[in-house]
Ligand binder design. Structure first.
Ligand code: PMP
Ligand code: GLN
Length: 383
């Protein structure tokens, strides 16, 4: 393994899911739903497979039906207009979108300002691209993880090429407010920075609203917006993601993407095109269901003695284990399956400043209600 990647080892998600399998514990570690997405979308995939749509290499930018559906979704939901031919690119999940964007836009030595804690692939992809990460730490304050805008401004140097944003934010569940996003946008414009914004949880917002960064003045031309069918439609295994951006940025990202995967998931692209056209009711029901699950798990964790940071979005809840007399999230998560039959993820893996994340642990609530009830029953044994 080369020096760029040596620090990263195995992702925590694989490690913790393997631990769940080995111990038979309830897996609230890796974030994936335990029920599949809508029947009609699965049927659409089957039809595409049977009809031979997408069984051979689809077009490099993605099938036109999906690109058009993505552009329509951005228009309908956010009033953002993107040309499906030049401003939309389909990727192998958001993961490839992140990798291709960083590989395409960074020169070796460029600095990337990223929120910390961060989704684990950010650090690895910045490293693969030869960039340097400059983390800005979100800090717990009155029950929410907050971005300090002064710290963000101070992190930008003449070597900064781009800001890597994520809202709704994994793992903290923070949804950046209009004011916070406006400040990020103003900074990007003032310092002439690009922004890659990971908005895969755009539909999973329980309090407040998701506002795309690309909708702020001056941002449309300098923003790569990333999303994915994995979260919104509960098909994490399909690996259909996308970016929307200006023609110049889409062309750049496509240059990297074509040599990573070239294309992906032909029949699933047709199915996701149909998913994006589901009635508004679908999105409301998904959100309401997850909101109830957030409340259930948050209340259960609080009863069990954790300090809970109630998430405004995503399907993760971050907790502080210090009220339980614990300080090391890693040790806690490794012992948890034996102690009470539940798997969680230590937030420290999402930090450069590991000590900042040490006492925090993330639980996923994208699980069936009876699974969460049972998990809560088990976690109460810790109290
Ligand atoms: N970004 C964030 C913030 C995520 O949480 C995830 C999934 N865990 C991804 C990107 C990756 O998405 P995909 O599965 O579509 O590659
Ligand atoms: N995004 C999911 C999470 O944060 C997992 C993705 C993965 O396993 N790579 O849990």
């Amino acid at each position: 393994l080369n020096r760029r990647l040596a620090a990263f080892g195995t992702t925590i998600f694989a490690e913790m899911s393997a631990l769940a399998l080995k111990t038979g514990a309830i897996n609230l570690g890796q974030g994936f739903p335990d029920t599949d997405g809508p029947e009609e979308v699965r049927e659409a995939a089957v039809r595409a497979l049977r009809d031979g749509r997408g069984n051979q290499y689809p077009p490099g930018p993605g099938v036109p039906e999906l690109r058009t559906a993505i552009a329509d979704h951005q228009q309908r939901r956010y009033g953002l207009s993107f040309d499906p031919d030049t401003e939309v690119l389909v990727t192998a999940g958001a993961t490839e979108a992140i990798a291709a964007s960083l590989l395409a836009l960074l020169e070796p030595g460029d600095e990337v300002v990223a929120l910390e804690p961060y989704y684990d692939s950010y650090a690895a992809c910045i490293a693969m691209a030869g960039g340097t990460r400059v983390p800005v730490t979100l800090r717990p304050h009155q029950g929410r993880y907050v971005l300090d805008l002064d710290e963000l401004r101070a992190a930008v140097t003449p070597r900064t090429r781009l800001i890597l944003l994520n809202t709704p934010h994994n793992p903290t569940g923070t949804v950046l407010t209009r004011e916070e996003l406006a400040a990020v946008a103003a900074l990007a414009v003032e310092r002439d920075l690009l922004v890659i914004t990971d908005e895969v949880y755009e539909h999973l917002v329980f309090d407040g609203e998701h506002i795309p960064l690309a909708s702020f003045p001056g941002m449309r031309e300098r923003t790569v917006t990333i999303s994915s069918a994995g979260k919104t439609y509960s098909f994490t295994g399909w690996k259909v993601g996308w970016i929307t951006a200006s023609p110049a940025l889409v062309t750049a990202v496509r240059s990297a993407k074509q040599f990573l995967t070239y294309v992906s998931a032909g029949p699933f692209q047709y199915a996701v095109a149909e998913a994006l056209r589901l009635p508004e009711m679908y999105f409301t029901a998904l959100r309401d269901d997850l909101r109830a699950k957030r409340d259930l798990l948050s209340a259960g964790l609080a009863d069990a003695g954790f300090e809970v940071y109630r998430p405004a979005g995503t399907y993760f809840v971050t907790t502080d284990i210090r009220p339980l007399g614990e300080t090391d999230g890693f040790a806690f998560c490794r012992a948890l399956p034996e102690r009470c039959g539940v798997v969680a993820v230590p937030n420290a893996v999402f930090y450069d400043h590991r000590e900042q994340g040490a006492p925090f642990v993330r639980f996923a609530f994208c699980k069936q209600k009876d699974v969460l009830d049972e998990a809560v029953t088990r976690l109460r044994r810790l109290a």
